[in-house]
Design a protein around this ligand. Structure first.
Ligand code: ZN
Length: 147
């Protein structure tokens, strides 16, 4: 388990330092800002949704390694997923980081964030991008805050 943990740590550090899919999408169909005031994490998420499938996902933001790694891994995961699949992944991911379930084979790379469940204060860092994504898809106009 410790080897696996170390590997997970490395992936989080890598994505935290060098997040993937950073940038604005000018033709985004959905766009949303999110904040986690507890930690100071903030991001703007851009999505291109066509025929109920997420074709592109990018973000611009700043914050701790966990928030940036989570946003990076999320944007990689969302691409080419249907909105129904995204809903399932969101639920599984939320259960994973809140420690309700560790049995989430469908999560793939997102499993690296499983350790967050042991640090309740960091759960909001890990879920910020996801809550922002949900609000973006719901076209909710109010800014997202984890508070
Ligand atoms: Zn944070």
């Amino acid at each position: 388990m410790s080897d696996l943990r170390e590997l997970y740590q490395q992936v989080i550090i890598d994505h935290g330092r060098h997040p993937r899919n950073v940038g604005e999408i000018l033709h985004a169909s959905h766009q949303k800002e999110g904040f986690n005031p507890l930690c100071g994490d903030q991001l703007t998420l851009y999505l291109v949704v066509e025929n109920d499938v997420i074709r592109e996902a990018k973000f611009v933001g700043s914050g701790c390694a966990i928030s940036m790694a989570s946003a990076s891994l999320m944007t990689e995961t969302l691409r080419d997923k249907s909105l129904a699949e995204v809903e399932n992944v969101f639920s599984s991911f939320h259960e994973l980081v809140t420690g309700k379930s560790q049995n989430s084979e469908s999560l793939g790379k997102l499993m690296v964030l499983a350790g967050v469940a042991e640090f309740p204060a960091r759960v909001k860092c890990a879920t910020l991008a996801w809550h922002t994504m949900k609000a973006a898809l719901e076209n909710n106009v109010a800014p997202v805050s984890t508070e």
